[in-house]
Design a protein around this ligand. Sequence first.
Ligand SMILES: *Cc1c(COP(=O)(O)O)cnc(C)c1O
Length: 496
Amino acid sequence: MNYRSTRNSALKVTSAHAITKGLSDEGGLYVPESIPQLSKDEILAMCDMSYADRAFEVFSRLLTDFTPDEIRHCVNSAYNDKNFDSDNIAELAKLIPGTYVLELWHGPTCAFKDMALQILPYLLTTSAKKTVDGKQIAILVATSGDTGKAALEGFKDVDGTSISVFYPEDGVSQMQKRQMTTQEGKNVNVCAVKGNFDDCQNGVKAIFTDKTIADRLAKNNILLSSANSINWGRLAPQIVYYVSTYAELLKNKEIEFGEKINIVVPTGNFGNILAAYYAKLMGIPVNKLICASNSNNVLTDFINTGVYDRNRKFYTTVSPSMDILISSNLERLLYHLSGENDAVINEWFGKLKTEGRYEISADVKAKIDDLFWAGCCNDDETKAEIKSTFESYNYLLDTHTAVAAKVYEDYKKATGDQTKTVIASTANPYKFSGAVYEAVGGTVSGDEWQNIAELEVKTGTKMPAPLAATKDKAIRFTGTVEKQKMPEVVCKFLNS
Ligand SMILES: *Cc1c(COP(=O)(O)O)cnc(C)c1O
């Protein structure tokens, strides 16, 4: 099975090529040319499998140019009890009968990005062996917090790779900064930038397109690559946990085969919810995909009106990983819904670039109405949701998952739908302890460890070990640079 580009349907590449390149040359995203189907027997067989074995089944169908041994190596290296604090890799908590929370944060950085970034290094090195054999892969990441740490943990000490992460000096939480600056591993570099996230992102983009740097690195046999969320190697692993969850619900006799479920996803770049859409296309019975946004509600408006308009105020919220106005992965959805129409994708995304706005056709809008429901909530509503969920169910939500839980309540009120529902939980609450503590009635002090200690007492929950461990780890990376110096930092780190 090959992959096509959303901006040039004539282009066909292998999955290894798509994963090594990340983005197609003309700016399109790689999508599968056909969707493999999971039969009833195949889904039922997964009930008795481990997470790694379920992942093996899904990847075997999506990455057909990988050998079974290669896929086995990838899934076993990523999804084991050394990297995850749960044998199930993802846990399914039941809030009330029919409402489940899919905890995707049992990995080393306590956010759902681990689900993909633990396996991406193996998918990428396996792909590179097929496409650019013998090259060292140097990953560059600009991060506003979660992605940087998850990528560092994924790539640390993986043979044939190195990773450089840039974060805005004052643009990440204390915990996120400590997680990154204490990072272990021989092949990692972390650097703060004087500027905001956009400066970091633009700096990284400039390095990617700099021919002189590429030549210098090529002399040392090094190829730059990206770990960001438009890479198919990040999306495919996310499909796995939706398939796995359906098998888990069957196994636990929560549903019967064929019964449809709703999936609610707190959304930023549209990657996580798009993975749920692919799971549906592969044969998982899904009723509605519910797209939840914070005050940056560009997707809510889009799904409700068919107009995508990024010309709006940007809000800094208590759910920072969803503070996004351009949801890149939406392009893949629109490509499929428009009948693989690359011309119309070029038109819409060209308009997004020049005018910051585009409007989809009525037939694509009708398909979106059928598949999705969308809602949003602000910071006060997010915190109220954390409080009420804790009081009602003794379950502590993080700020991102709380957005999803609130939007799901709005959905039920608006539709009366009683379909069993899975809420994707994207972070452990201790990653955002200040806002969570405040939400449950605490008074936040400037000392994060004090807030955490008080949150533990107040809620009877425990901060996860990987976060607690950062307290005693030595700070390894103290550098802060002007954004113009980013290329120098990369070349020096890569001895080029
Ligand atoms: C990245 C992230 C999101 C948003 O995920 P997308 O795939 O970009 O939609 C939500 N919550 C948390 C905690 C995240 O780190």
